[in-house]
Design a protein around this ligand. Structure first.
Ligand SMILES: Nc1nc2c(c(=O)[nH]1)N[C@H]1C(S)=C(S)[C@@H](COP(=O)(O)O)O[C@H]1N2
Ligand SMILES: [Mo]
Length: 313
């Protein structure tokens, strides 16, 4: 595996990925506790996280690919734009407002979010564009946050919203606007409370780089990547299905549920297979079959009992 480092960081400060992996496996076996010392960004902080049984043991996508091949249209449309153009983005200080149909609406500061018990969740991520990665996130179950605000019985869905800062996000300013801002997403309440659904604050043992959704983003591993809304400022409990950016933009191409499904093709390409980023080439031998619910079928298919997954794609 290649070891990624930005040119400004001296080699001595970097933990090679092989060391990271060995330490991770050793500690996971010995104590169940993970501690990392790598640093790839001056603003990045270390994040300790407990190993989770929900993790896959598949080969990790190299950190250099996870942090350089991104979708974050607030910074531009190119895969390299989020890394190249997010240098002015300030992820601290930060607050997330949690409101709507809850008994105790309130704001959570970043330090309060970091105080939740962090778990390392190594998840597959499958983008709707037919590529995938394996990413070691650090985060905590969204359900733990929802418990703090006590959702009312009338709450049926959870709505999410990304920050709007045209001064810091070049994709949000100028004549050409790719999407309507803010980027919004939503989950059914039972999906939001599922133990696999996390708010991530870090990856590869450090706080999130800007391009990956600093300081806090959603990760729902059985859904297409666009459900994983980045740089969240507001979470609202609501009664009706909330708007979702890609579903609004092209409803015939992107459903609200967006569960990974090799049997429902995108109108313009097949979803039956995918390319694992970092393994070379987009087509050919490197292509692997896409799994129903991105391989999490056993854990989540019960959420959709009786639903027509082809109609509610
Ligand atoms: N706010 C916001 N969130 C977003 C996006 C975006 O453009 N804006 N892109 C989505 C898409 S399409 C994907 S595949 C994932 C990519 O996450 P990554 O860059 O950390 O791999 O973020 C999702 N979250
Ligand atoms: Mo995506």
């Amino acid at each position: 595996m290649s070891t990624y480092r930005p040119p400004s960081i001296p080699t001595a400060e970097i933990t090679p990925e092989s060391v990271f992996l060995n330490r991770r496996h050793f500690l996971a076996a010995a104590a169940g506790l993970l501690a990392f010392s790598a640093s790839s960004q001056s603003s990045a902080r270390q994040l300790e996280a407990t190993a989770s049984p929900f993790s896959t043991d598949e080969k990790l996508t190299p950190e250099g690919d996870v942090t350089a091949y991104n979708n974050f249209y607030e910074f531009g449309l190119g895969k390299g734009d989020p890394k190249a153009k997010s240098g002015n983005f300030r992820p601290t200080p930060w607050t997330v407002r949690v409101d709507g149909l809850v008994s105790k609406p309130r704001e959570f500061g970043l330090e309060e979010l970091l105080a939740f018990e962090m778990e390392e969740r190594i998840y597959r991520m499958r983008c709707v564009e037919a590529w995938s990665m394996v990413i070691p996130w650090a985060g905590f179950p969204l359900a733990a946050l929802l418990d703090k605000v006590e959702p009312l019985g009338s709450a049926k869905y959870v709505a999410f919203e990304t920050v709007v800062r045209p001064d810091e996000m070049p994709g949000q300013s100028g004549f050409f606007q790719s999407l309507d801002w803010p980027y919004v997403e939503g989950l059914r309440l039972d999906e939001a409370r599922h133990p696999l659904t996390i708010l991530a604050l870090g990856l590869y043992g450090k706080t999130l780089p800007n391009q990956n959704g600093a300081p806090v983003r959603l990760v729902v591993p059985w859904k297409y990547g666009f459900k994983g809304v980045k740089s969240i400022v507001r979470i609202t409990l609501v009664e009706k299905q909330p708007p979702a950016t890609w579903n609004l933009t092209a409803p015939n191409e992107y459903g609200f549920y967006a569960n990974v499904n090799p049997k429902v093709d995108h109108p313009r390409w097949s979803q039956a297979s995918e390319t694992r980023i970092g393994e070379g080439g987009f087509f050919g031998a490197n292509r692997r079959p896409t799994l129903p619910f991105n391989g999490y079928e056993e854990e989540v298919s019960g959420l959709y009992a009786g639903m027509d997954l082809k109609a509610n794609f």
